[in-house]
Write a protein that binds this ligand. Structure first.
Ligand code: 5GP
Ligand code: ZN
Length: 117
């Protein structure tokens, strides 16, 4: 899709530190990491979000790649958090489906930060 930054990352038009790639997905480091490890996994094909009729096979691949990324980043043993922001209330800012993999130091137990809290 024209004008989509993650489509441009997938095609190589925008440079990124690619950690893993295959025929369906690309994993690359987040430009503004929220932890020592913060990698994004995206489908090569444009889907706006998790509710955008994403094929099951692709959803499976997106998650199957998470432990591969964790292994290559050295956090498979220490653990990590996997986040898929979806839509307005989740503050999704890039409207190309992406999986956040965050780790590298301990996180608090809660995983929800409401804007008015
Ligand atoms: P969202 O808030 O939509 O779940 O997350 C979008 C993420 O994409 C953010 O963590 C942001 O830092 C990251 N991001 C935005 N633009 C770029 C970019 O051009 N390159 C990379 N590597 N990450 C980006
Ligand atoms: Zn896109």
């Amino acid at each position: 899709m024209a004008e989509c930054i993650f489509c441009m990352v997938a095609s190589g038009e925008i440079p990124a530190n690619v950690v893993y790639e295959d025929d369906m997905v690309v994993a690359f480091d987040d430009i503004a990491p929220q932890g020592p490890v913060h990698t994004l996994i995206i489908p090569r094909t444009h889907y706006a979000h998790l509710g955008d009729d994403v094929p099951d096979e692709l959803l499976g691949r997106l998650l199957a790649v998470v432990p591969k990324v964790a292994e290559s980043k050295g956090i498979a043993g220490s653990g990590y958090r996997v986040i898929i922001n979806t839509g307005k209330d989740a503050s999704q800012t890039v409207h190309h489906l992406h999986v956040h993999v965050i780790g590298g130091k301990p996180m608090s137990h809660g995983m929800v930060n409401f804007a008015d809290a």
